[in-house]
Design a protein around this ligand. Structure first.
Ligand code: BV8
Length: 235
């Protein structure tokens, strides 16, 4: 394996599927139960805030009943043992990477366990429901919304992500359908920078053809095996 010093990893809902969290596009997945336009857009929130607050309250509460799986633990092991740099970017809003032992996690689409105040724009750690309009921990206004990035909104930390993609040696995409941008375009940025690109996914994604290598299977099997491979073949 060529000298790998800087790895960028992108994860999606597929890495949390075996922990029991619905993905978005599987049959019966999150988007099948709700129209995206109704629950994951600012317009949907403006139209029916109770529906949206309730949708995210349900997903936030469900976190108490799921646990990280071996794929989350393997990425935490990589971050702890790899001699070079690892940037873990996730599209997921769950907390399973952190509970799996990862210290640095870049949630480009925000987090269920964070609240964004529409009055003062503060982002605060949050674990309770929002349907009952609790006060913002900073300004006390009853104006909290889920701190997640909806369609049409700017993902977080794009500058930092593009900078890492421009200088990485290896880009690994895990458990994502490659259906949503700008995340779905990261593989192209990495290729442009001369990085090797690897996809670990249950089935071919919309962007599989853009990867140098694509391994098919469950993340709980593929990710620990890949981490072991990286740690034993790079100095
Ligand atoms: C933006 C947070 C401007 C909320 C989410 C036309 C063309 C191109 C783009 C657009 C367009 N029209 C509009 C756009 C932009 C739009 C977009 O991409 N739309 C799509 C539908 C075409 N994007 C946006 O609006 C974004 N903002 O563009 O701002 C900008 C542009 C550039 C730079 C700066 C600013 C904001 C998008 C964020 C939306 N928020 N989530 C919430 O969670 O409720 S999206 C949500 O779905 C996820 O976060 C994720 O990003 C996305 C895709 O989900 P996946 O994680 O991939 O899950 P999915 O179910 O789809 O797939 C699961 C995969 O796992 C499958 O492949 C499956 O095979 C695999 N799997 C299943 N089980 C396993 C497994 N793999 C391994 N093991 C298993 N066991």
């Amino acid at each position: 394996m060529t000298q790998i010093k800087r790895i960028v990893i992108l994860t999606g809902a597929g890495i949390s599927a075996e922990s029991g969290i619905d993905t978005f596009r599987a049959a019966g997945g999150l988007w099948e139960q709700h129209r995206v336009e109704d629950v994951a857009t600012p317009e949907g929130f403006a139209r029916n805030p109770d529906l949206v607050l309730g949708f995210y309250d349900m997903r936030r509460a469900a976190l108490a009943h799921v646990a990280p799986n071996p794929a989350h633990a393997a990425l935490a092991r990589l971050q702890g043992e790899f001699a070079g740099d690892v940037l873990l970017v996730t599209q997921n809003v769950d907390d399973l990477h952190e509970r799996g032992g990862s210290r640095q996690v870049l949630h480009m689409h925000g987090e269920l366990k964070s609240a964004l105040c529409l009055a003062c724009e503060a982002r605060s750690p949050w674990h309770a429901p929002m349907l009952d309009r609790p006060p913002c921990p900073v300004c006390a206004a009853p104006s909290l919304r889920p701190d997640v990035v909806w369609f049409g909104e700017m993902p977080y930390e794009m500058g930092r992500i593009y900078q890492a993609l421009e200088t990485c040696d290896l880009f690994v995409s895990i458990g994502t359908s490659g259906a949503v941008y700008p995340a779905a375009g990261f593989v192209e940025e990495a290729r442009r920078a001369g990085a090797r690109t690897l996809e670990l996914n249950l089935e071919p994604s919309e962007g599989s053809h853009r990867f140098d290598e694509s391994r098919l299977g469950p993340a709980s099997v593929l990710v620990p095996a890949w981490v072991e491979e990286v740690l034993t073949t790079t100095s």
